[in-house]
Design a protein around this ligand. Structure first.
Ligand code: 5GP
Ligand code: MG
Ligand code: MG
Length: 176
């Protein structure tokens, strides 16, 4: 068990299980992108640990890039506008693989996919370590999913609770 601030978390996915699945995803991506030089675009901060492990399992030479997303209540019809911070790689005609920690309602990823498509990539795929199918409100195509998980809050392996817990090498679930 792990205590973070006012919450208690219980073990959910252990290191070996995560590593095994990440290895599989790396193999799959290497096979799918054989002969290509994809741009792997990690979404900070949450995806840093997943991306680090995944990248080591991708055997084709790839470009790595990182972006941050800022969300704020704007005046768009959705009430939420995302912006990419730190995108320095030209994505025109590149094969882009977005790497995210978790897709929950799908809203962030939906916005991100729209923003990336505006950059005219040759192709766009989404890899997420975790996905909560029961929480999805904005369906998007997920090309590589590590684990489908129940609709409960998780921390560790890059994921935070109020800024804490990203360093944990395994994934914990909120105790209920
Ligand atoms: P979405 O836009 O898909 O609803 O949520 C996306 C973001 O919410 C994720 O990138 C992540 O930062 C955060 N999030 C969603 N579910 C969880 C969770 O169970 N644990 C943590 N730590 N963050 C989550
Ligand atoms: Mg994230
Ligand atoms: Mg967070």
């Amino acid at each position: 068990m792990v205590e973070i601030k006012d919450k208690t978390f219980v073990p959910f996915l252990e290191r070996d299980k995560i590593q095994e699945r990440v290895n599989e995803l790396g193999k799959e991506i290497s096979k799918d992108y054989a002969g290509k030089q994809p741009v792997i675009l990690g979404i900070l901060n949450g995806a840093f640990m997943f991306l680090s492990d995944l990248a080591k399992q991708i055997t084709i030479s790839s470009e790595l890039s990182f972006i941050k997303i800022s969300s704020y209540s704007g005046e768009s019809s959705t009430g939420k506008v995302s912006q990419m911070i730190g995108l320095e790689t030209n994505l025109i005609n590149r094969h882009v693989i977005v790497v995210e920690d978790i897709v929950d309602t799908g809203l962030s990823m939906k916005h991100l996919v729209e923003l990336i498509k505006e950059k005219n990539p040759a192709s766009l795929a989404v890899a997420t370590l975790l996905h909560k199918p029961e929480a999805i409100k904005h369906p998007i195509k997920l090309d590589y999913v590590g684990f489908n998980i129940p609709n409960k809050f998780v921390v560790g392996y890059g994921l935070d609770y109020d800024g804490l817990g990203r360093n944990l090498p395994e994934i914990y679930q909120l105790k209920t």
